[in-house]
Design a protein around this ligand. Structure first.
Ligand code: PEP
Ligand code: MG
Length: 608
């Protein structure tokens, strides 16, 4: 009997193979009392264990640098510094001198430290708990003479799908890509480190599976669908067939990409729809550029902050932005200023928000931390020398925020003038419209910006009061809810009246059915995941804007999201028949499967 476990799509692609269940867990340690005369020897043994752990970490760091780059590798410096922390070593030695075996002494101190860090008010220190756990496991394993955990020592070509509770960075970067073809974790979100790393390694991944490691015993055959966020255990032959077909379609799409990349993105009745790409990591820029995207509609800059102990300086940021801008030649690259807070990892040194999505995030934080913000703005102004950079501010709700942000941009420019550093003056400035407040008052914002971009991930979340990261609420995260459609329509209409470009850069734009709805609502610029560019282009080229508008009107008049979906699907099927890609594109939503019972894959319980 096949069983489906729904999680969060973290890195796209479909693979099937055998489970490799990895338990990266703190081993049980016996309480061992040692005699006085054994104390010096035990302290020596402890230090030898630390030295071995350090050596191992240096090795891990070197591999990380090769696999994921120097910035990623820097996260291991934290673990190395823990191993050298004078206070930690002192506490362990003190317990050993009180006749406790080295491993138990280390175990007790690490548990204590983890507890203290976990409840610390500073998010940055709470984030260090993961590093402490890694160090805890690594050193104890060495002291207990357990086998080396972290190298996933599987024969090349064994097509294994790694299933683990939470893939620590030190494990992720060691994955042998010739043996491991996919990753599934109980924990994690779209923006957690494992997700970002998996994407940059090009490994399909599903995270947030909650108890997959409990449900599996290892060695089961599974299908991992990183595009939809599902793990299907013991799939039936027909499911395997379906998924292999889907994989073939994806492969075909990749091939067709070349052909479609040069095709015009124009509807049957002659309406152009600009397709841009969302770029989360600079390394994705090359792929996105080759996909035929006419620029970048959303470059998230949080990758510069996630998992980092310090903020990136102006130079590092400038290099990262320039890399993306150059990958796109003279095409527009919309770079969004830091959107940290909410579900994005905080940068640390700030108090925790009791309700982070309603808290101190995005533009709010940037305006309150002008030096941090201006460093980014200076880097952007400089990067703009190399192409068509456009700056976008996230989570704008009031005109004051726009004006303040513009004022700080002017200050940043003046600072560059003083230093004599060249930069571009005339950058278009835009805002993300991603709250009901901004949507309803967008007429108050339009005079001071050059473009609008609708962030549907947050717009849906805030409109429907549904946490976008909560897997339990996935089926309630319905972008076709009448309230959401009405707000999008309003933004588009106000934008059109003011002759402003209105783009959609939320995940909604990457879905065939939704893209069709958005075109029907009058959107003429979609920014989608790199992989989705050809898929969405196929929709654009296969429909007429007039039919899309008729479908969107019917959706707007529907009383439920399901009814709206029916209206859209019916018309889209008239254009494309029952083409599999219409279903396949469906579940690649932000967090979990949104379209339970949509006619696509029902992931909430994919039993067969
Ligand atoms: C959105 O909210 O739709 C969006 C594109 O931004 P993010 O997903 O980064 O919050
Ligand atoms: Mg957003």
């Amino acid at each position: 009997m096949a069983k489906g476990i729904a999680g969060t799509p973290a890195s796209p692609g479909i693979v099937d193979g055998q489970v490799h269940l990895l338990r990266w867990e703190v081993p049980d340690v016996r309480h061992r009392i040692i005699p006085d005369e054994a104390i010096p020897g035990e302290i020596k043994r402890f230090h030898a264990g630390l030295a071995q752990a350090r050596e191992r970490l240096h090795h891990v760091r070197a591999r990380a640098e090769k696999n994921a780059g120097p910035e990623e590798a820097a996260i291991f410096d934290v673990q190395l510094s823990i191993l050298e922390d004078g206070e930690l070593l002192r506490q362990v030695e003190e317990l050993i001198t009180q006749n406790l075996g080295a491993e138990k002494a280390f175990d007790l101190v690490l548990f204590e430290w983890r507890q203290q860090f976990a409840s610390h008010a500073r998010p940055l220190l709470r984030e260090r708990v993961g590093d402490l756990i890694d160090v805890h496991i690594r050193v104890l394993s060495i002291l207990l003479g357990l086998p080396d955990h972290d190298p996933v020592d599987l024969p090349k070509g064994s097509n294994r799908i790694l299933v683990t509770h939470d893939l620590t960075p030190s494990l992720t970067v060691q994955l042998d890509r010739e043996a491991i073809i996919g990753i599934a974790t109980d924990a994690g979100t779209r923006t957690s480190h494992v997700a970002i790393l998996a994407r940059s390694l090009g490994l399909p991944a599903v995270v947030g599976l909650r108890d997959a490691t409990e449900q599996l015993t290892g060695n089961e055959h599974v299908i991992l669908d990183g595009t939809s966020g599902i793990l299907i255990v013991d799939p039936t032959p027909s499911q395997i067939k379906t998924y292999r077909e889907r994989r073939a379609i994806e492969a075909l799409e990749d091939k067709e990409l070349q052909a479609l990349s040069v095709a015009d993105s124009v509807t049957l009745d002659g309406h152009w729809v600009t397709l841009r790409a969302n770029v989360d990591l600079p390394e994705e820029a090359g792929f996105a550029a080759r996909s035929g995207a006419e620029g970048v509609g959303l470059m998230r800059t949080e990758f510069l902050v996630v998992g980092r102990a310090t903020m990136p300086d102006e130079e590092e940021q400038y290099r990262a932005y320039r890399h993306v801008v150059e990958a796109f030649g003279g095409r527009p690259v919309v770079i969004r200023t830091f959107d940290v807070g909410g579900d994005k990892l905080p940068i640390g040194s700030y108090q925790t928000d009791p309700n982070p999505f309603l808290g101190w995030r995005a533009i709010r934080m940037c305006l309150d931390e002008p030096e941090l913000f201006k460093t980014q703005l200076r880097a952007l102004l400089r990067a703009a020398m190399h192409g068509d950079v456009r700056i976008m501010f996230p989570l704008i709700i009031t005109l004051d925020e726009v004006l303040q942000a513009k004022h700080l941009l002017m200050e940043a420019a003046t600072e560059l003038d003083v230093r004599g550093v060249p930069y571009r003056h005339d950058l278009p400035l835009g805002i993300m419209v991603e709250t009901p407040a901004a949507a309803l008052s967008v007429h108050t914002l339009v005079d001071d910006v050059s473009f609008l971009s609708i962030g549907t991930n947050d717009l849906v979340q805030y409109t429907l009061a549904v946490d976008r990261g909560n897997a339990n609420l996935a089926s309630r995260f319905t972008p076709l809810h009448p309230a959401v459609l009405t707000l999008i329509k309003r933004i588009v209409d106000v934008g059109a009246a003011h002759r402003l470009e209105v783009a959609v850069c939320g995940e909604m734009a990457s879905q065939p059915l939704m893209a069709f709805a958005l075109i029907g609502l009058g959107v003429r610029c979609l920014s989608v995941a790199g992989r989705a560019v050809p898929l969405v282009k196929r929709i654009v080229r296969g429909v007429s804007a007039a039919v899309a508008a008729e479908a969107a009107n019917a959706a707007l008049e529907s009383r439920t999201a399901r009814e709206a979906e029916g209206e859209l699907r019916r018309r889209l099927m008239t254009a494309f028949g029952d083409a599999p890609f219409l279903r396949d594109g469906l579940p690649s939503f932000v967090e979990g499967n949104i379209f339970e019972g949509s006619g696509g894959l029902n992931t909430s319980s994919a039993h067969e």
